[in-house]
Design a protein around this ligand. Structure first.
Ligand code: CDP
Ligand code: ZN
Length: 160
C-alpha cells in the first residue's frame, strides 16, 4: 500500500538568528525565527510524513510551548516522524521539496541539503529532491520577510 503526504511551513526572517534549512547552516545575514532551530524545510517534510500516516501535525507532537523543544535540532522531529511511520509499517519512497525564498540563493546548497535530508529520512540521496524559487518579489515572502516551504512524500508498506 502507498500513502502520500504533503506539508507546508513558513517562518519569519529576523536578524540575530542563524539560517538553518534542511539541516544545513546557510550563509545569510538573517535567520528564521522560531522556538526550535526553525528549520522550515525539515518541518514541512515532518508534516508531510505525519500527514501520510494521518498522525496529526508537528505542533501537536512537539508543542512550541514545551521548553524541551527550545532551540531543538529539527532533525529530531523528522527522525521521530520517520520512526512513527515505521511503526505503522511504512518507509519513505521519495521526498520532493520546494523552498520559496526571495533570498539567499540556495542552489549552491542543494546537493548537500538533499544528502542531509536523505540521511535523516534513511533513504538514498537520489530519492530526495530540493527545489528553490523566489516569489518574484511579490507579497511578504517576495519582500524577504520570511521563507515558506512545501514538501511531498510518498510512503509505502512494500519492502525493498
Ligand atoms: O525561473 P522561475 O521564475 O521559475 O524561478 P525563480 O524564482 O526566478 O528562480 C530561478 C532559479 O533560481 C530557480 O530555478 C532556483 O534554482 C534558483 N533559486 C535559488 O537558487 N535560490 C532561491 N532562493 C530562489 C531561486
Ligand atoms: Zn516550522
Amino acid at each position: 500500500m502507498n500513502r502520500i503526504g504533503m506539508g507546508y511551513d513558513s517562518h519569519r526572517l529576523v536578524s540575530g538568528r542563524p539560517l538553518i534549512l534542511g539541516g544545513l547552516q546557510i550563509e545569510h545575514d538573517l535567520g528564521l525565527a522560531g522556538h526550535s532551530d526553525a528549520d522550515a524545510v525539515l518541518h514541512a517534510i515532518t508534516d508531510a510524513i505525519l500527514g501520510a500516516i494521518a498522525a496529526g501535525d508537528i505542533g501537536e507532537l512537539f508543542p512550541d510551548t514545551d521548553p524541551q523543544w527550545a532551540g531543538a535540532d529539527s532533525q529530531v522531529f523528522l527522525r521521530r516522524a520517520v520512526s512513527l511511520a515505521a511503526q505503522s509499517g511504512c518507509r519513505v519512497v521519495n521526498c520532493d521539496v520546494t523552498i520559496i525564498a526571495q533570498q539567499p540563493k540556495l542552489s549552491p546548497y542543494k546537493p548537500q541539503m538533499q544528502a542531509s535530508i536523505a540521511k535523516a529520512l534513511g533513504v538514498d540521496t537520489a530519492a530526495v529532491s530540493v527545489k528553490a524559487k523566489t516569489n518574484e518579489g511579490m507579497d511578504a515572502i517576495g519582500r524577504g520577510e520570511g521563507i515558506a516551504v512545501m514538501a511531498a512524500v510518498l510512503l509505502t508498506t512494500e519492502t525493498l
